[in-house]
Design a protein around this ligand. Structure first.
Ligand code: NDP
Length: 282
């Protein structure tokens, strides 16, 4: 699919660096997706709830029309919103998302775990979306370790990733272990801690030694763990900065210094259904 660093799950190569589109209004989403593909990104992340799937699809088509990429060189992810977890509703949204994108996504995620309807019903519907050709692969987002394992036990196809918040201010030991046990992967959302890493003195200092910024150090730290990262920017220069991370490496000591920045109150997006709990890391 691509010669970029990738993690291979169940025979599918997922580029380790992707481009996020949350909070990008349609005009910006179209412009920035095309720009990201021009810069070299080969992985784009969107969701039904972002209300920009059509624009993301147009940005991809613009890049294809300009000869910047071929469709099969790009990994495209979207997500099923939590209100669509019943069997028929899930399939309806999967069709709607594919239509809006103008192409079959490579990966379709359940956006957040929900207690109702049952995991049995929702996982069966997600698998049906795959067998009906509405997505190439399926996966999860925001599932704690126990729920991830349970969902996998109910899924015929491998759940190829669990997309969760992860950046230097969070610990993720249990989920990274679970990914290894299940032969799956972790994708880090808000990998730049929503921009907060840029002013971090430790990350800035480590970056100085490599001629890199704090954001670049952070993304390198993620992909060096084999974690997929999907930073978002509305600016061409920052999208280019975030892509420029393949020409240096962090030492074990630098990796450890960044792990040591984790803190119990580091979570930014605490929107989990009260029926579930994040994994206890402290
Ligand atoms: P990020 O951690 O990617 O941070 C984005 C913010 O950082 C923006 O304000 C951006 O500002 C700024 N920024 C971008 N690049 C740089 C840089 N090089 N240096 C300094 N600041 C920078 O946050 P997101 O929350 O957007 O997460 C990334 C993606 O993850 C989302 O877009 C979405 O695709 C996905 N996501 C998934 C969730 C889920 O539940 N599955 C939840 C949240 C996000 P500016 O635009 O001005 O450059």
């Amino acid at each position: 699919m691509t010669d970029q660093p990738a993690v291979t799950v169940d025979g599918h190569a997922i580029p380790l660096l992707g481009f996020g589109t949350w909070n990008l209004v349609p005009d910006d989403a179209r412009r920035m997706v095309r720009e990201a593909l021009r810069i070299g990104y080969r992985h784009i992340d969107t969701a039904w709830i972002y209300e920009n799937e059509a624009a993301v699809g147009q940005g991809l088509q613009d890049a294809i029309d300009e000869g910047l990429v071929a469709r099969d060189e790009v990994w495209l992810t979207t997500k099923i919103w939590v209100k669509h977890f019943q069997h028929d509703a899930l399939l309806r949204q999967a069709r709607e998302s594919a239509d809006a994108l103008g192409t079959t996504p490579d990966l379709l995620l359940l956006h957040w775990p929900k207690a109702e309807p049952s995991f049995e019903e929702t996982l069966a519907a997600l698998n049906a979306a795959r067998t009906q050709g509405l997505t190439r692969t399926i996966g999860l987002s925001n599932f704690p370790a126990q729920e991830w394992s349970r969902a996998q036990s109910l899924s015929e196809a491998t759940l190829v990733t669990n997309q969760v918040e992860y950046h230097p201010y969070l610990k993720l030991t249990r989920l990274l272990e679970t990914a290894r046990e299940l032969g799956s992967s972790v994708t880090a959302w808000s990998p730049l801690a929503q921009g907060k890493v840029a002013d971090d003195p430790t990350l800035t200092e480590i970056g100085r030694a490599h001629g890199k910024t704090a954001a670049q150090v952070t993304l390198r730290w993620l992909i060096q763990q084999g974690v997929i990262a999907i930073p978002r920017s509305s600016k061409k220069s920052r999208a280019a900065e975030s892509f420029d991370i393949f020409d240096f490496a962090l030492s074990d000591e630098e990796m450890d210094r960044i792990h040591a920045l984790a803190r119990p109150d580091g979570r930014l997006g605490d929107w989990i259904d009260p029926a579930f709990q994040w994994d206890q890391e402290w």
